[in-house]
Design a protein around this ligand. Structure first.
Ligand code: AMP
Ligand code: MN
Ligand code: MN
Ligand code: MN
Length: 294
């Protein structure tokens, strides 16, 4: 086990009671807080260990590590990889990864490369709907062109009064099936898991309740994820409605997955839970962090 995967919580409590929050974003992808500000907030929120899991990049981890040590929270190196599984976009979180692993870095760079082209197409679609000139403002909200996301478009649409809030921007224009949605080819599920494993990490299926899959497809996806080396699924996440926790606890148990917990925090006012403030995992779950704590 490598250093970045060894997290001693110096806790005598059951792992269920350790406050691990293993899914959070910073300004390096589509979050609003810098990695430093996120670590400061995590400390204030009483988090024992936090994962920074930016979309398709590990750029924020070095800054986060310095801040985490200063404020006294454990940092789990993470990333959230965008995956195309047939017509469905899945998100796979890699935890306890080595961010310097060349296989992972090259893979992430390759999928980031498509974001700017997609952004041009989103802006074009919005212009055709009567909302011109969204590309430059969306890009201005992103740290760099290769990290521009639908979230940046949504923030711009809300800030310029085109919609009443970010959620409305997705509901009206940007979500799958809406008129400014642009389909995109991300990593394959196999590649994403291979990169995570090459980097020594654990592959976790993010917010499984958010994918719009019929039960047969859902089970096929879960089995494929497992057979390719996926080890855990998120059960308690800010991207599930609380009534979904029990469903995904049961599915985790049925399929033999470890369970993860993470706020999917994007920033003040944009996420239902601050880091570490969401409910604990159900006691029958085996926490994914039991792999690393001792
Ligand atoms: P992208 O990677 O550019 O496709 O953007 C995906 C991000 O947009 C997600 O990580 C969420 O932060 C946000 N997002 C996606 N779908 C929705 C939705 N229906 N409502 C609110 N935010 C969403
Ligand atoms: Mn996001
Ligand atoms: Mn996600
Ligand atoms: Mn996320």
């Amino acid at each position: 086990m490598t250093d970045f995967a060894t997290i001693s919580t110096v806790s005598s409590k059951s792992p269920h009671l350790d406050n691990f929050d293993l899914h959070n974003h910073s300004t390096c992808s589509d979050g609003l807080l810098s990695p430093t500000q996120l670590m400061e907030l995590a400390a204030k929120c009483g988090v024992d260990a936090i994962a920074l899991t930016d979309h398709d990049t590990t750029d924020g981890l070095a800054e986060a590590r310095v801040a985490a040590e200063r404020v006294g929270v454990k940092l789990v190196n993470g990333v959230e990889i965008s995956v195309s599984w047939g017509k469905t976009t899945l998100h796979v979180v890699g935890l306890a990864i080595d961010p310097d692993n060349p296989v992972l870095s090259a893979g992430l760079q390759a999928i980031r490369a498509g974001r700017l082209t997609r952004a041009h197409r989103i802006a074009e679609a919005l212009a055709n709907l009567g909302i011109p000139d969204t590309l430059a403002p969306a890009l201005a909200l992103a740290k760099n062109e290769s990290m521009v996301s639908r979230t940046h478009f949504a923030r711009h649409l809300a800030a310029s009064g085109k919609v009443k809030n970010i959620q409305a921007a997705f509901d009206k224009y940007l979500a799958k099936g809406k008129p400014a949605y642009v389909s995109h080819e991300w990593a394959s599920l196999k590649d994403a898991i291979d990169w995570i494993k090459a980097a020594g990490g654990t592959a976790v299926l993010a917010h499984p309740g958010r994918y719009d899959l019929k039960p047969a497809f859902r089970n096929a996806m879960l089995e494929e994820f497992r057979s390719l080396g996926g080890e855990a699924i998120e059960v308690v996440t800010g991207s599930h409605r609380p009534e979904q926790y029990a469903t995904w606890r049961r599915i985790a148990e049925e399929h033999g997955f470890l369970a993860s917990r993470g706020a999917d925090y994007h920033g003040p006012g944009e996420s239902p839970y601050e880091p570490g403030k969401l409910p604990m995992l159900p006691v029958t779950c085996k926490p994914v962090w039991s792999k690393w704590t001792h």
